[in-house]
Unconditional design. Structure first.
Length: 438
């Protein structure tokens, strides 16, 4: 029997089974006023034949019939048509066997002879109501599945309009939403494999910002957020035209400069699905805010995340010494002089002083702490994820080197024909400098 639907105007079917013709006629009169299709059968065999030809929703059968009892018939119907509502009509002498059949789960209700017509109509209505509720529940479940599928199709269609790299990032973020370490690798790889975005610059910004955060004695979690925000600080450039960021900033026209600054909004959009990264997203989005409130969003000092204030200093310091700001590479000393001109206007003086006054901070970590595999010693701690040339993670940040892992890296270096740039730190979290003991 096919499943009933919840379509308006449906006529439900009731089958009554009894071997006495006068009983069948009485039932026909009793149910005449109901808006149903009434089928009558004088035996269990005839009832089963009708079940195969019609969608029957309620079955009422006499208990005592020759060849096949009502209990046997309803059991067969229950097995083959489990969604039917099954009622047995019984005399007083059959009540014990009827109760047994009900308890076995094959019969929903029973009526005693002689029946009351109102009670009979009430039982039929009860059965139909149960069928209707089940049908409506199934319809709603099906509708829910269809709506979910439609929403997925709409999302998929919208996703196709987004830039290819942004689409890949969001897909990756969706898959690894609760796996931050893997997410870091994916996002940084997207930046690194873009031939127009300098992944090495991002690493240097990250390391310098991390060093400033440590010097400022920030909490461990906040330092970690700043480190990662620096690593993907140029994530939004994947949504820009290359002419808006390949040229030094001072050589861009006004519109191109505005496009360049809009990369922070692009990054916030990319990171929006990853709710657990909202602190990092804020650091990146507000990195071009000025300390005195004249920046992109006109936010004042206490409205700008500390991480964004530190990132701005590290980023612009490295933009100056690499020529990305003016087109001319300047010395670390001259870069600090230039930044000092904007103390407490563009940059937070408290964190800028860390760069200006502490020599150990003023140089990018990568320039001094890059080691080859042959220079490693057991007990050194990996400061950054180590990737191969295909951007596949070899060892995760925090790995403590052993003789075994060092030997494997030495073997990898021989196979690739060049050394890795491996960055390590001491147990207190500070980078190893040449001459440090492990």
């Amino acid at each position: 029997m096919s499943e009933p639907t919840a379509d308006q105007g449906i006529t439900y079917t009731v089958l009554f089974v009894d071997d006495e013709p006068n009983i069948l006629r009485a039932i026909k009169r009793a149910l005449f006023s109901m808006n149903i299709t009434l089928l009558l059968a004088e035996s269990g065999e005839k009832a089963l034949e009708l079940m195969e030809k019609h969608d029957v929703h309620v079955v009422i059968s006499d208990m005592k019939m020759p060849q096949m009892s009502g209990a046997e018939l309803l059991e067969k119907i229950a097995n083959k048509y489990p969604n039917t509502f099954r009622v047995v009509l019984t005399g007083y002498a059959d009540i014990e066997s009827t109760i047994k059949a009900v308890n076995q789960g094959k019969i929903h209700r029973y009526l005693q002879k002689p029946w009351d017509n109102k009670e009979l109509v009430s039982v039929v209505e009860e059965g139909l109501e149960r069928i209707k509720l089940k049908s409506e529940n199934e319809r709603l479940q099906k509708l829910s599945r269809l709506q979910n599928k439609k929403l997925k199709d709409i999302n998929a269609s919208l996703e196709q309009t987004v830039q290819k790299r942004t689409r890949q990032i969001k897909a990756a973020l969706h898959k690894i939403e609760k796996h931050n370490l893997a997410m870091e690798q994916v996002l940084f790889n997207v930046i690194s494999i873009n031939p127009h975005i300098n992944g090495k610059f991002a690493i240097e910004v990250s390391e310098l910002a991390t060093k400033l955060a440590r010097a400022a004695k920030l909490e461990k979690d906040e330092i970690k957020q700043i480190r990662y925000a620096g690593l993907i600080c140029e994530l939004g450039q994947v949504g820009l035209e290359t002419e808006d960021f390949l040229v030094p900033f001072s050589q861009l026209n006004y519109q191109q400069q505005q496009n360049y600054l809009s990369q922070t909004k692009q990054a916030a959009l990319i990171l929006a699905p990853a709710h657990e990264l909202h602190h990092i997203s804020d650091i990146i989005e507000f990195q071009f805010e000025h300390y005195n409130g004249t920046g992109l969003y006109k936010k004042v000092a206490n409205e700008i995340p500390v991480g964004a204030r530190i990132l701005a200093i590290a980023r612009d310091y490295l933009r100056l010494i690499t020529g990305r700001m003016t087109g001319i590479e300047v010395s670390p000393r001259d870069a600090k002089v230039e930044l000092k001109k904007h103390r407490n206007t563009r940059y937070d003086g408290e964190y800028l002083d860390l760069l200006l006054n502490i020599d150990a901070v003023s140089t990018s970590v990568l320039l001094n702490t890059s080691l080859k595999a042959t220079q490693l010693e057991p007990g050194m701690v990996l400061a950054q994820n180590l990737y191969n040339d295909g951007h596949i993670l070899i060892l995760p940040e925090g790995h403590v080197f052993t003789s075994s892992t060092i030997n494997k890296l030495v073997h990898f270096e021989r196979e690739r024909g060049k050394a890795f740039s491996i960055h390590v730190e001491q147990e207190d979290g500070t980078p190893f400098q040449e001459g440090d003991e492990s």
